[in-house]
Design a protein around this ligand. Structure first.
Ligand code: NAD
Ligand code: TDX
Length: 340
C-alpha cells in the first residue's frame, strides 16, 4: 500500500509542533512533512524525541516563496495539508502589520495554488475565533460558524482574509478544504509572549505580570491536546467546504487566569501590574462547538485540569523557556511593555 503524505506547515511552532508529534506517533503509516521557516516563533528542539523516526521529515521554507513551495509540492506530491504557519501574535500585528499580510494572506494563497496544481485531497486551514470579532459580556452569546466575520486587529484581519481565500478556492476551483476556527490555546511549548506562558515564566522568576486594562476581558481557553484531536477528526471526517468551530466552554477573565497561576505557584497577587490596554482589545471570545461535537469530538481537559498540567510542564521544562526569554525576546519585552 502506498504511504500517504501529510504536509504540516508551521510545525515548529506551538500548536503545529504539538500536532506534528501527535500525528507522528499516531500514524506510523503516514509520511509527515513539517514545513517551517523557523521564524522567532519556531524551534526544532521540541522535536528531539521524533526527529529520528522514519515517518518524520523537516523542510525549511517560507510559505510566501512561490518557487520554493511549488518545488516541494512537485517533488513530494502531498496527499493532504494541515496549514498552521502564520504570524500569530496580536500585539506584534499592532506594531508591525505588514509581515502578517505577507505570511498569513500571500503565503496561504501560494499554498492554495500549489494544492490546486497538485490535486491534494484535503486542505485543512487552521484559523481562529478572532475572525468573528468580539462578543459582549452577555454569557449566553457565542460564536457559531454563521457569525459574520468582523476582525478587529491586523492579525485577525489577515486570518479572516486567508479564510476567505480558502473558501473561494473551494467555491471556484472545487478544492477540498476545511476551515477550523479555534479559541485561545494553551499547553506545552506555548511561546512566552502569550498571556499564560508569560505569566507562568514571570511569576516563577518573581517578576510582575502586565495585565492589560482592568483584566476583565474574557478568553475561552482550550488545551492544545484537545485542539490536536479536533484537527485529526476534521482532517479525516470533515465534510468538504465546511467550517468547524473548536472550543470547550472554558471562559475566564484575564485576571482570573493570572490569579489562578499565581495561586498554583504559591506567590502573591502583588505581582499583578495593570498596564495600558491593548489597542482595539476584543472584549470577549466564546465558542459554540456543537457542530464539531456532532462529528464526534469530545475534549479531555477543562481549564482546571489543563492549567495544572501546563504549569507542571513549565516547571519540568525550564531550560526550554529560559533559553527563549534570555534571547531576542528580552528586546521584544522591553519594547512592548516600555520597560527601561
Ligand atoms: P506560533 O507563532 O507558535 O507558530 C507559528 C509557526 O509558523 C512558527 O513555527 C513559525 O516559524 C512558522 N512560520 C511563520 N511564518 C512562516 C512562513 N512565512 N513560512 C513558514 N513558516 C512560518 O503560532 P501558534 O500559536 O502555534 O498558531 C498556529 C496557527 O494556529 C496560526 O495559524 C494561528 O493563527 C492559529 N491559531 C492559534 C491559536 C492560539 O491560541 N495560539 C488559536 C487559534 C488559532
Ligand atoms: O501581557 C499581556 N497581558 C494581557 O493582559 C498579554 C500578552 C496579553 N494580555 C491579554 C490580552 C488578551 O485579552 O490576555 C489575553 C490573551 O492574550 P494573548 O495571549 O496575546 O492571546 P490573544 O490575543 O487572545 O490571541 C491568541 O488566541 C487566538 C493567539 O495569540 C492567537 O494566535 C489566536 O488566534
Amino acid at each position: 500500500m502506498t504511504r500517504r503524505k501529510l504536509l504540516i506547515t508551521g510545525g515548529a511552532g506551538f500548536i503545529g509542533g504539538n500536532f506534528v508529534r501527535y500525528m507522528v506517533d499516531k500514524y506510523p503509516d503516514y509520511d509527515i512533512y513539517n514545513l517551517d521557516l523557523l521564524t522567532y516563533a519556531g524551534d526544532l528542539s521540541k522535536h528531539q524525541n521524533i526527529e529520528k523516526k522514519t515517518n518524520y521529515h523537516f523542510i525549511q521554507c517560507d510559505i510566501a516563496n512561490r518557487e520554493g513551495i511549488f518545488n516541494r509540492f512537485k517533488n513530494e506530491k502531498f496527499d493532504f495539508i494541515v496549514h498552521f504557519a502564520a504570524e500569530s501574535h496580536v500585539d506584534r500585528s499592532i506594531t508591525d502589520p505588514e509581515i502578517f499580510i505577507k505570511t498569513n494572506v500571500m503565503g496561504t494563497q501560494i499554498l492554495l495554488d500549489a494544492a490546486k496544481e497538485y490535486n491534494v485531497s484535503k486542505f485543512l486551514h487552521v484559523s481562529t475565533d478572532e475572525v468573528y470579532g468580539e462578543l459582549d459580556f452577555n454569557p449566553s452569546t457565542f460564536f457559531t460558524e454563521e457569525t459574520p466575520l468582523q476582525p478587529n486587529s491586523p492579525y485577525s484581519a489577515s486570518k479572516a482574509s486567508s479564510d476567505l481565500l480558502v473558501r473561494a478556492y473551494h467555491e471556484t476551483y472545487g478544492l477540498p478544504v476545511n476551515i477550523t476556527r479555534c479559541s485561545n490555546n494553551y499547553g506545552p511549548y506555548h511561546f512566552p509572549e502569550k498571556l499564560i506562558p508569560l505569566t507562568i515564566s514571570r511569576v516563577l522568576n518573581d517578576q510582575t505580570v502586565p495585565v492589560y486594562g482592568n483584566g476583565a476581558n474574557i478568553r475561552d481557553w482550550l488545551h492544545v491536546f484537545d485542539h490536536c484531536t479536533a484537527l485529526d477528526l476534521v482532517l479525516h471526517e470533515g465534510k468538504d467546504g465546511e467550517v468547524y468551530n473548536v472550543g470547550g466552554h472554558n471562559e475566564r477573565t484575564n485576571l482570573e487566569v493570572v490569579k489562578t497561576i499565581i495561586k498554583a505557584l504559591d506567590k502573591s497577587n502583588d505581582l499583578i501590574e495593570f498596564v495600558e490596554d491593548r489597542l482595539g482589545h476584543d472584549k470577549r471570545y466564546a465558542i459554540d462547538p456543537t457542530k464539531l461535537e456532532a462529528l464526534g469530538w469530545d475534549p479531555t481537559y477543562n481549564f482546571d485540569t489543563g492549567i495544572e498540567q501546563t504549569i507542571e510542564w513549565y516547571l519540568s521544562n525550564k531550560e526550554w523557556w529560559e533559553s527563549i526569554i534570555s534571547g531576542e525576546y528580552r528586546e521584544y519585552f522591553k519594547k512592548q511593555y516600555s520597560v527601561k
